[in-house]
Design a binder for this molecule. Sequence first.
Ligand code: DAH
Length: 344
Amino acid sequence: MKDKMIESLDEIKSTGLKDIEGVKTLDELEKLRVKFLGKKGKLTAVLRDMGKLSGEDRPVIGQTANEIRNSLEMEINSAKDSLGQKMKEMKMKEEDIDVTISKEELILGHRHPLLHTLEELEDLFISMGFSVVVGPEIETVENNFDALNSPENHPSRDLSDTFYINDDILLRTHTSPVQIRAMKELGAPLRIVSAGRTFRFDDVDDTHSPMFHQLEGLVVDENISMANLIHTLDIFIKELFGSDMKTRYRPHHFPFTEPSAEVDVSCLSCRGKGCELCNGTGWSMELLGCGVVHPKVLEHCGIDSEKYSGFAFGMGIDRITMVKYGIDNIRLLFENDNRFLNQF
Ligand code: DAH
C-alpha cells in the first residue's frame, strides 16, 4: 500500500512539474492547480487512502505528500510570476505606439472644381459690391415663368423641357426666379447674385446634363442702363479670364429683359487670334445671357419702373468651369471619379 502511494505521489510530482512547465496562460495554470492540489485534486485523492496505512507509514507518506504539495505550490507560484510578467510585456508590446513609424498619409478632400468656380464667381461679384442670396431649387411656375414675363406658349414651359412636380410647382429651369424673390423681399435698390442648381429635361451628352448650375445677377437702381451692364460684365470677364479678354454683345431675346444680349468672350485657347477650337473666329461661344430688366418684371414685383431700372445676367457655371479647365465632357463633372477630381 505504502509503496503504491509513494509511486502515485511521485507520479503526481513529475507530471505536475512537467505540466506546470508547459503552461502558457494564467488560466491554464489555475486549472492545473485545481487538478493537482484542489480539494478534488489528485493529491487529495491519494491521501484519501491514508487511513489504510499503518501507524508508522502514515507520517512518512504525510511528509512526502507535504513536500510534493510545497514543491508544486512553489512551482505554480513562480510560474504565475513569470507568466504575469510575460503577459504584461506582451500587452505593452501590443499597445506600444511607435511614433517613428511612417503612417499612410491622411488624404484630405478638396473642393469640387464646380464649387471652386462657383465661389470664385461669387467672390468676384462680392468684390464689386453685390450680395449673395440663395433661392430654392423647387420653384413655383409663377416665379420661374409668369413673373419673368415668359408667355404661356413659350417652348421652355413645355412638359418635354421642364420637370414639373404638379401644375404649379417645378424644378427651376434657371436661376432667374431668384430675381423675383429678391425684388419682392428686398425691394429697390438692389445688387445681388445667386448661384445654384438648375434642371432641364435634357438628354446627357458631352455638353448637356439634366442638372446643371447657373449664376444669376441683378442690379436695380435709379438710372441703370445697358452701359452699366456692359461695364460691369466687362470688368467681371477680365477679372475671371484675364485683362486681354475681349467681349462681344450679340442681340438676343429673353422674355424678362429688353433689350437682351448674349455675350461672347475671346477664345481662351488662342486668346482671340483664331485657332482650331474657335474655328478661326477668335471667339468662344456665348458665355452668358443678359439684358435690361423688362419694366413688366419690375412692376410685377412692386417696383416703380418709372423711377427704377435694372440689368440682369445669367451664366452657366458648368460651361465656365469647362472652358476654364479645358474639360471637354460635362459628365466628368458629375461622375465623381477620383482619377478626374484629384487633378484639381
Ligand atoms: N435665365 C436665362 C437662361 O437660363 C439666362 C439669363 C438671360 C438670365 C438673361 C438673365 C438674363 O438674368 O437677363 O438661359
